[in-house]
Design a protein around this ligand. Structure first.
Ligand code: DAT
Length: 138
């Protein structure tokens, strides 16, 4: 069964959106197979967003994502990689389709509530960065 990595970013946690986002993911039919709240280190943030390390916003991105607790979620379900991306909406909330998390809860590209792996390869890599195998349901 397909798995992906979702993360409620510090803005989402600060604004009390954790419960609502989890409810929507579970009601959609996805299974939570790993879940934890943590403050991520600079090193983990840099590894997680390594593909953006040359971008001008990289420093800001790392400092934002380490600015408070995040909720790391391992999700399982049919087509969950693309399905989560659909529920998230476009990176820039201004372009996100109505009813998506980013359209409903965010206004700026820098603070856009939630992360979801872009494809199956990223999902595997990111799940490995955030969860030990003993932390995931079989
Ligand atoms: P996504 O989070 O939709 O997968 P991404 O991988 O392109 O998008 O970028 C990762 C994060 O980096 C994104 O959620 C917010 C930040 N970001 C992307 N483009 C940005 C920009 N032009 N200015 C500021 N932050 C940006």
């Amino acid at each position: 069964m397909e798995r992906t990595f979702a993360m409620i970013k510090p803005d989402g946690v600060r604004r009390g959106l954790t419960g609502e986002i989890l409810v929507r993911l579970i009601k959609k039919g996805y299974r939570v197979v790993g879940l934890k709240q943590l403050v991520i280190s600079q090193e983990l943030a840099q590894q997680h967003y390594a593909e953006h390390k040359e971008r001008p916003f990289f420093g800001e991105l790392v400092s934002f994502v380490t600015s408070g607790p995040v909720v790391a979620i391992a999700l399982e379900g049919e087509g969950v990689v693309a399905g989560l991306r659909q529920m998230m909406g476009a990176t820039n909330p201004a372009n996100a389709a109505p009813g998506t998390f980013r359209a409903d809860y965010a206004t700026t590209i820098g603070e856009n509530i939630i992360h979801g792996s872009a494809n199956e390869q990223d999902a595997e890599r990111e799940l490995g960065l955030f969860f030990g195998s003993e932390e995931l349901l079989q």
